[in-house]
Design a protein around this ligand. Sequence first.
Ligand code: AKB
Length: 340
Amino acid sequence: MIRKPVVLITGAGGEIGHGLISRLATGGDRAVITLDVNRLEPTLARLVQREFVGSILDQALLERIMSEYEIDAVYHLAALLSTRAEFTPLTAHQVNVEGTLGLLEFAQREAESHGRPVVFLYPSSIAAYGLPSLDGKRRAGRVAEDAHNTPTTMYGCNKLYCEQLGRYYARFYKQLSATPQAGRVDFRCVRFPGLISAVTVPSGGTSDYAPEMIHAAAKGEAYACFVRPDTRIPFMAMPDGVEALLRLAAAPRERLTRTAYNVAAFNPSADEIRAEVLRAFPEATLTWKTDEKRQGIVDSWPEDVDDSAARRDWGFAPAFDFARAFHEYLIPTIRERYAR
Ligand code: AKB
């Protein structure tokens, strides 16, 4: 039996998956198959060759996918985000770590079976950092990939460890075996800031205050922001996040000097976000109600990241700064979404 060559997206129904499916389905040279615990929205399902509904932890399901498809690239997006993971840390570990390890092993075996490397795209996060204090955060400024790798959340620990697992598969897998085994999984990781999409609302994250504020205002709902006005972390418009994954996937392997790369776009304070939202929706009721515990998580994340390696190695260059993200992407698209 001939297996069909495809790209696999896990967690495809999530925020990044939405944009990625459309881009890969329209511009890619490989058909897309997806794996998600929930069914895809019909508009997305139409774009993919096959939709598997189930858990990334279901070994039998992964075996079935392997028996039917020849997979050249995996976009492993499935994860439990930082706020949700703090309530169920063991489940978070299972999904975020054991799930990722299972997918890495799956990619290794796919590569062994068809004889080509499998490009494995992994979204990590600014949650992989842990700044010691608010003062330390302000002093640290733009943080490089290898600094402050002391996360305080389960999700952050999971992401940081999986970055290392990916590096292990890419560079050192079974390093004592007689024949070389490493490199069959071509692991490439983008360490994302908070992502803001105009077409989906996140759930379970701690950077959610920014997208929640914008979507609530557009819907005419009051919103109480759960962090202080002076809170500052990096954000990025979703189209730039999707573009970053695609660009890193397409980069010549020999140009990559790292397996995990920071990417940055803009880093407004919560108050600056509120002001921009109010300019677009002057009637909106946006207040402050700090949740000290979630605030503590956001305060441990850097206020900016150094993405010079991504710019140098694979030409990362976001299209949207803060003003463009609002005026040319978020506000017009969100207005249209809720006007329907
Ligand atoms: C979260 O808040 O958990 C995510 C992230 C920053 O990775 N959005």
